[in-house]
Ligand binder design. Structure first.
Ligand SMILES: *Cc1c(COP(=O)(O)O)cnc(C)c1O
Length: 418
């Protein structure tokens, strides 16, 4: 009998375990297991980007009311159309059109279960046998994990730290072939905290045009910029090459748990329609799970009613946190920061292992840091850059200073003696 359970059919898809190990969540879980329970100090999580857990980063009562109103209206207890309800798609189309040289229509918008689901959908739609996709390094590993599950080959182009993390466009051209379906850019950048200029984005579009591929633009941090470069949506260049923009309410309204995002096609020349990619997208949303209709019902109010000062407050606090982080990191000799963050909640910094005793790589650094100082930071290898770190600075200000102070103490305890 016991052996009966070991037959071929009684096994899960082991590929999923490998894909899961690639994700930030998977890696952070491993790091958390290394926290020392006998440390009296509270653990400080500079690993993930979810500020909603801190009282100073709460969403507005206006947005909470939008959800309550949607529930009370009893209009959203139904199944939604697979592409999402019209008022939600309309308000997202109008909002995005404000920054574009042409208008999106509700037909250009597909509502998803957060931007993660948008990534899942678009990679599934593009993953034909033999196809490959170009992803940034460093990047957001959810793309790699989803590509692995869909058997979509991944090729990495570099972001160049010395050039403010701009895309190595020569590298992109060298990687692409006739089976390349798309390139992904994340702007403002996670994990690098950079913001691409108009000129650079235009070059990205022209490179994609030359290669005959579309651009997937992950713009979940579109509002969160505080440096000298303004945010420019990739859709501005939709007439050069088709652009598929991914967004969500998670980061902007600090409600990742509300799980609502979107795919927007910015393609004034109708190329996605003519190549039937739009049709495949529509077919796949028929197969995919829908975001809760309640949250969809709240979207128009969330977009229209949130007071501007909520965003300016969040941007101000994030900028302050970024400045504190940058200044405090300068005091830690084993860490260098090639580019001061100008957007998002993250910064990528380089580890100098040569001046450390008994620490061989970024993962070991992070595990020991968790054990000895109860501080969690993400090893760069998780986002594709070995011996770097990604630090998230959106935590309560006192925790940020405390956390960076502990990293400094950690350095001095492990510094090479001579
Ligand atoms: C957080 C994040 C996502 C996922 O967004 P959700 O709406 O929470 O699913 C996608 N891309 C990037 C770059 C992110 O930082």
């Amino acid at each position: 009998m016991e052996n009966g359970w070991k037959k071929w059919g009684f096994q899960g898809n082991e590929e999923l375990n490998m894909a899961s190990a690639l994700t930030i969540r998977g890696i952070l879980t491993t790091l958390m297991e290394n926290l020392n329970e006998s440390d009296d100090r509270p653990p400080i999580a500079l690993g993930q980007g979810d500020p909603s857990v801190f009282p100073c980063f709460q969403t507005t009562p206006v947005d909470e009311d939008s959800i309550v109103d949607a529930v009370r209206s009893a209009k959203f207890n139904c199944y939604a159309p697979v592409v999402g309800i019209l008022p939600a798609r309309r308000s997202i189309a109008e909002k995005l059109s404000c920054d574009l040289p042409y208008n999106l229509t509700p037909d250009d918008i597909y509502i998803t279960v957060g931007a993660s689901h948008a990534i899942e959908i678009i990679l599934t739609v593009l993953a034909r046998p033999g196809a490959n996709i170009l992803l940034p390094r460093p990047g957001y590993p959810f793309y790699e994990a989803r590509a692995a599950v869909s058997h979509l080959e991944v090729r990495h182009f570099d972001l160049i730290p010395e050039k403010g993390w701009e895309v190595d466009l020569d590298g992109v051209e060298a990687l692409a072939d006739d089976k390349t379906v798309a390139m992904v850019i994340i702007n403002p950048g996670n994990p690098c905290g950079n913001v691409f200029t108009y000129e650079h984005l235009k070059k990205v579009a022209e490179t994609a045009r030359k290669l005959g591929i579309l651009v997937i633009a992950d713009e979940v941090y579109s509002f969160l910029v505080f440096g000298s470069n303004p945010f420019v949506p990739m859709g501005v260049f939709g007439s050069i090459t088709p652009v598929i923009t991914l967004g969500s309410i998670s980061k902007r309204w600090i409600v990742p748990g509300w799980s609502l995002g979107w795919i927007a096609t910015t393609d004034p020349n109708g190329i996605l329609h003519n190549t039937r990619i739009t049709e495949c997208l529509k077919s796949y949303v028929n197969l995919a799970a829908d975001p809760a209709t309640i949250t969809q019902g709240a979207v128009p109010h969330i977009i229209e009613r949130t007071p501007e000062d909520f965003f300016s407050k969040i941007i101000g606090m994030t900028k302050e946190a970024a400045d504190t982080c940058y200044d405090k990191l300068e005091e830690i000799p084993c860490i260098t920061c090639p580019h001061k963050p100008e957007g998002t909640m993250f910064v990528m910094v380089k580890l100098n292992l040569q001046i450390l005793e008994g620490i061989n790589d970024d993962t070991e650094f992070c595990i020991k840091l968790a054990k000895e100082e109860s501080v969690i930071v993400l090893p760069g290898i998780a986002v594709g850059l070995k011996n770097w770190l990604r630090i998230s600075f959106v935590v309560a200000p006192s925790s940020l200073e405390d956390g960076l102070g502990r990293i400094k103490a950690f350095y001095f305890r492990h510094a090479k003696k001579n």
